[in-house]
Design a protein around this ligand. Structure first.
Ligand SMILES: Cc1cc2nc3c(=O)[nH]c(=O)nc-3n(C[C@H](O)[C@H](O)[C@H](O)COP(=O)(O)OP(=O)(O)OC[C@H]3O[C@@H](n4cnc5c(N)ncnc54)[C@H](O)[C@@H]3O)c2cc1C
Ligand code: SF4
Length: 534
């Protein structure tokens, strides 16, 4: 069996890996993308809520185990583009203070080794790449920007505009959510989005959603130096005898074993799978797993504390594209809370299958169609805190175990109470908010959409796995660029930060390649370049 060699191997094609591939593609370097899934089929079922939410058509079917050893089916999907094929494309920058240490009800949210200013230019680059539409100056927690959003805000439909006005009347500062979508409202022919009600949790049939496949992997593959191998699940990374660099990526390709090697190997499998891959790659030099001298790999798993809230409006809600409104007035606290509560945003519009799929125990006998027609759907998020006991481990059979206890529930309860308290003034029946929307043990562990934190970066090799460039402290050519690197989770959606960071790491890798070039080729006495040992 021969091992094919590349300059860079990127494992995983989601927000992190796909974006990095796009950044490196013009360099001319030989780049290999390994993706365990295939292309997501474009078919009418993409927009069929029964197929997506009840029949789980696109879920991986994997089984993981919780901290008690009980089996559960994670909400994981493996396709080119990763979870961005399904995401709501709300693309937030972290708030400036999120990069520092923040005190919460449940404990401290740690500081990042970089500041908001370090990431700002990369956020701007990522917003362009992912077609982010938004309106600067509305969100009271918005960090400073070097320029306006690259595209104008997505307009509210009438019921959401009414909601926005009502929020304003009740003393809030509602804002247009930053959304990554190929939509041109002044010239609908110019964009692929048809502004439907299938945005959040569905793949997009028209390629209108700015996901990592459409925006990054597809254009990257137009470069002859970029290769994608699908159905290629990385099973193990092999190191040299001293354990200083990764020499081989061992892949399971539809049951056959293949190996690949790269000068640089970038892991970007999502926070759970990246940790699992590093742990499974333990060897004599790295008995706890690769990049794990600190014993942090797999630990500090975060997933945000999220609740869906359905408010039943007195008037029918005919909105199609509902994901346009956000509220951050409680992000850092409230009149009755010195500590942060979190963020409120609209969800994609529900229908009866989404309601039933999301909450199978939802009072059967109730008129789901009536509820869906009148529902205004919110999503509330509170910061989840990193805790070493919340961790990914892998057993001898290679199965994933995910131990999770939430430590910051108090602000989430308070945020939920705030939203419920507003329902009357906002023209909704507060009594009709179904009980399942009220948090606590009702947050399913299987909801891993916002997973992060399992291979954290930092300055200190004793408390972090990666250095500030997301390179493993103890392995020279190994990087991780998915949401694993987050030291804290903030309370806004994670994908733009993974994308911006991948662009930042991309700049670092381009410099690294240049540095190698200049040492590999040096001017001889006659001025011509000559190759030297690097
Ligand atoms: C329904 C839903 C809605 C969401 N909405 C939003 C939103 O509105 N805004 C937001 O910011 N975020 C949202 N998210 C979260 C967002 O999608 C993730 O934060 C983001 O995709 C994470 O990027 P990543 O690179 O870490 O991982 P992923 O995007 O998951 O990419 C990981 C990739 O690695 C592949 N892979 C895994 N294991 C292996 C292996 N062993 N070998 C090879 N390949 C492997 C996977 O198939 C996948 O392609 C949502 C997620 C979901 C599911
Ligand atoms: S709203 Fe637009 S981007 Fe979203 S699924 Fe519909 S067509 Fe695609």
């Amino acid at each position: 069996m021969t091992t094919e060699h590349y300059d860079v191997i990127i494992i995983g094609t989601g927000a992190g890996g796909g974006t990095l591939a796009h950044k490196l593609a013009p360099s001319g370097k030989r780049i290999l993308l390994l993706e365990r899934g295939g292309y997501l089929p474009r078919e009418p079922e993409n927009w069929d809520s029964r197929e997506v939410f009840i029949n789980d058509r696109y879920l991986s079917g994997e089984v993981w185990y919780d901290k008690d050893g009980d089996a559960f089916k994670p909400h994981q999907q493996y396709f080119v583009g990763g979870n961005t094929k399904f995401y709501g494309a709300v693309l937030f920058r972290l708030r400036e203070r999120d990069f520092g240490e923040v005190r919460h009800y449940g404990g401290l949210s740690p500081a990042w080794p970089i500041s908001y200013r370090d990431l700002e230019p990369h956020y701007a680059e990522a917003e362009k790449l992912y077609l982010v539409h938004g309106q600067a100056g509305e969100d009271p927690t918005e960090p400073p920007r070097s320029g306006p959003f690259p595209y104008p805000q997505v307009s509210h439909e009438p019921r959401i505009q009414q909601l926005s006005d009502d929020f304003e009347k009740s003393g809030h500062r509602p804002f247009h959510l930053p959304v990554g979508v190929d939509l041109n409202e002044s010239d609908p022919e110019a964009g692929r989005c048809v502004r439907c009600d299938r945005f959040d949790g569905f793949p997009c049939l028209t390629d209108g959603k700015a996901d990592a496949h459409v925006r990054c992997v597809r254009p990257a593959l137009k470069h002859g130096n970029v290769t994608l191998v699908t159905h290629a699940k990385a099973e193990r990374l092999v190191t040299d005898s001293r354990g200083r660099s990764v020499t081989e990526v061992v892949v399971d390709r539809r049951g056959a074993r293949e190996t690949y090697s790269g000068d640089v190997v970038v892991v970007s499998c999502g926070a759970v799978n990246s940790a699992a891959l590093l742990l499974k790659s333990a060897n004599d030099q790295h008995p706890n797993g690769l990049a794990n001298a600190s014993d942090v790999v797999g630990r500090h798993y975060m997933a945000h504390i999220n609740s869906g809230v359905i408010a039943i409006s007195q008037t029918p809600n005919l909105t199609k594209f509902q994901k346009t409104l956000g509220i951050n007035d409680y992000y850092w606290g409230a009149a009755d809370s010195e500590l942060p509560l979190g963020h409120i945003q609209m969800l994609g519009k529900s229908d009866r299958n989404i309601l039933r799929g999301g909450a199978p125990w939802f009072a059967p006998g109730l008129a789901l169609d009536y509820i869906a027609k009148h529902a205004i759907d919110f999503w509330i998020t509170t910061e989840d805190l990193p805790h070493p006991a919340n961790r990914v481990t892998v057993d001898r059979r290679g199965s994933i175990h995910l131990a999770k206890t939430y430590h910051n529930l108090e602000p989430h309860k308070r945020l939920l109470a705030k939203l419920k308290g507003l329902m009357g003034p906002l023209g909704c029946h507060d009594a009709a908010i179904p009980a399942w929307s009220i948090l606590d043990q009702r947050i399913p562990l299987a909801g891993v959409a916002h997973q992060s934190g399992t291979v954290r970066f930092g300055d200190d090799p004793k408390t972090s796995a990666l250095d500030v460039n997301c390179r493993a402290h103890d392995i020279d050519n190994l990087y991780v660029v998915d949401t694993s690197f987050f030291p804290s989770s903030s309370a806004v959606n994670p994908a733009l930060t993974a994308m911006a960071n991948a662009l930042r790491v991309g700049d670092h890798l381009l410099e690294r390649f240049d540095a190698h070039l200049t040492t590999a080729f040096q001017p001889a006495s006659d001025g011509r370049l000559q190759e030297v040992d690097s």
